[in-house]
Unconditional design. Structure first.
Length: 275
């Protein structure tokens, strides 16, 4: 595996605490031993594998080929899955924002499933600062993009990194468009216990449940054609949705989207807030 550093600290939108807490969390995970059935057998990962297969169908393709960026890769399960199931892939860039993920956790997960290390580039980087342009056939984020603190900037950076005709595929939590701004202000002021490891104020990190309209808007302004599917009734989600409704909590849902970069760029004048 090659190791690359795209200097996530240079991303002005990335909060320092986001790097710190995930470095702590991924360092703790890296202490564990892994078996393949444990990596792919978790309920949340089974849901995301189903989502990934659905996303592939939405592209009209039968397999993944070419070059892939797995952005916000977490423990690297998606890269490991792609390596195991789509041998025609040419190259995978597996990107996370912290050292412990890149140096310890992700290599351990990929080695567990006997992935082809020669195809893997481990990247310490962020959604908003992707130096490779017109390079990838697919960019994939699975439950990670909601950690972006500037959704438009992330969509634009990903758009620029894709080849013409490439695809940005994602599974993400979202909120209904009727959720008010007060929800976000109140949530930002709350202090949580992150993964049982550290107390952190939500405003000091980035964990935003964007509204569906915000995903569509960011995709449009970045230049994508986007198809969105609500997968909230996936069997891995319906019980959580039901219990939250009973408790009167603001409800999070799940979506997949397939964003296509047109082969012929459309001329468009940016709005003022995009500059």
């Amino acid at each position: 595996m090659k190791v690359l550093d795209w200097s996530p600290e240079s991303d002005s939108f990335l909060k320092k605490k986001e790097i710190e807490i995930h470095n702590l969390y991924h360092g703790e995970l890296a202490k564990n031993s892994f078996q393949k059935k444990e990596i792919f057998g978790r309920r949340s990962i089974k849901m995301r594998i189903r989502a990934l297969k659905r996303l592939l169908r939405m592209t009209g393709h039968s397999t993944f080929t070419g070059k892939v960026l797995d952005a916000g890769a977490g423990d690297g399960w998606c890269s490991a899955y792609l390596l195991e199931n789509y041998p025609s892939l040419e190259e995978i860039y597996t990107m996370e924002i912290n050292e412990n993920a890149i140096q310890s956790l992700i290599p351990k997960v990929i080695d567990t499933v006997n992935g082809d290390n020669e195809k893997v580039n481990l990247v310490r980087g962020s959604f908003n600062n992707i130096p490779l342009k017109n390079h990838f056939d697919y960019v994939i984020t699975m439950g990670a993009l909601h950690h972006s603190d500037n959704l438009y900037q992330s969509f634009k950076a990903i758009f620029d990194s894709l080849k013409d005709g490439g695809y940005f595929l994602a599974q993400e939590p979202f909120l209904r468009d009727t959720v008010s701004n007060d929800f976000y202000h109140n949530r930002g002021a709350e202090t949580i216990n992150f993964k049982g490891l550290v107390e952190v104020k939500n405003d000091d990190r980035t964990d935003i449940f964007y509204r569906l309209c915000e995903y569509r808007t960011a995709a449009y302004h970045a230049g994508f054609d986007i198809e969105v599917k609500d997968i909230s009734l996936d069997r891995a989600n319906w019980r959580r949705i039901f219990m939250n409704a009973v408790k009167g909590k603001t409800q999070t849902y799940n979506l997949v989207f397939c964003a296509h970069k047109p082969k012929a760029a459309r001329p468009r004048v940016p709005t003022a807030w995009e500059e």
